[in-house]
Design a protein around this ligand. Structure first.
Ligand SMILES: [Zn+2]
Ligand SMILES: [Zn+2]
Length: 269
């Protein structure tokens, strides 16, 4: 049995990390919001407060559970032995090369995982992320705990199995956090000719529109060419996304209601 990290030793650093990144995100995206935001949305988004709670709920709750699940999976499936065999050559690569490989592999896995989350029974969890009718950088953290834990456990297992150096994983954390903020930000940025290479705010904000407006497309977190490859790319050049949210059934406005919502009969209908 692996040595299990304590709750405090896991949560305190992630809480500090979350607080630091919130301040950095606020400085960068608060400035961009003041200078470059699309005027289709009000300055103060109505779901802002609840998304802020999600931001600090994540390190308090999800990070430790995801770590424990990963640890149990490694113990019971003997993934550490497989990792030593599979990952011998990967762990010898420079950290940045490993980080680039991790980024691509996790994007591919998340692309298909994300598509699964848009189908029942997983949609009832993921719909909490899609419920806001106004989207900006902080919407990136509104993720139901089950959605987060399933995603992060799957990603953690793949990274562990491949035997990557943990420093490469840590090196990606700031990038992933920043990029999550960026693609949700209320900015009409498309990245022009690079629109197929790297996800832009317009690319991911189309994903948050109603299904009949072009939603249910653009599933890749970072690399839009995966959507191009699998036939789900959607980015019309003459329009920008402006109507967000879901139309099938309303998700509660309050935090507790959102956390319990996937268990209700309405969510599974
Ligand atoms: Zn989605
Ligand atoms: Zn999103």
């Amino acid at each position: 049995m692996q040595q299990q990290a304590s709750y405090a030793s896991t949560v305190v650093p992630t809480l500090v990390f979350a607080a630091c990144w919130f301040m950095i995100g606020l400085a960068i995206f608060g400035t961009l919001h003041c200078l470059c935001r699309s005027k289709d949305q009000p300055f103060w988004r109505k779901d802002l407060k609840i998304d802020l709670v999600y931001w600090f709920l994540a390190p308090l709750l999800y990070s430790y559970i995801a770590l424990v699940l990963r640890s149990y999976a490694i113990d019971y499936a003997h993934l550490d032995q497989m990792a030593a065999y599979v990952g011998r050559s990967l762990a010898d690569q420079p950290i940045l090369v490993q980080a680039a490989i991790i980024l691509f592999i996790t994007d591919l896995v998340q692309y298909w995982g994300h598509r699964l989350f848009h189908r029942q029974p997983l949609w009832r969890f993921h719909s909490v992320h899609h419920a806001p009718e106004q989207v900006d950088w902080l919407t990136s953290v509104r993720i139901h705990p089950i959605n987060f834990i399933l995603y992060s456990t799957l990603i953690n297992l793949i990274i562990s199995l491949a035997g990557f150096d943990s420093r490469a994983v840590i090196a990606l954390l700031p990038f992933n956090t920043f990029f999550g903020f960026l693609v949700h930000a209320n900015l009409n940025w498309t990245f022009g000719p690079f629109r197929y290479v790297i996800a832009s705010p317009v690319f991911h904000r189309w994903h948050h529109t109603h299904v009949d407006q072009g939603g249910d497309k653009n599933f890749a977190p970072t690399f839009p060419f995966l959507d191009l490859l699998f036939g789900t790319f959607y980015m019309p050049k003459d329009r920008i996304p402006s109507v967000f949210g879901i139309t099938d059934r309303p998700v509660p406005n309050r935090l507790l209601g959102q956390l319990l919502y996937p268990l209700t009969r309405r969510a599974s209908a």
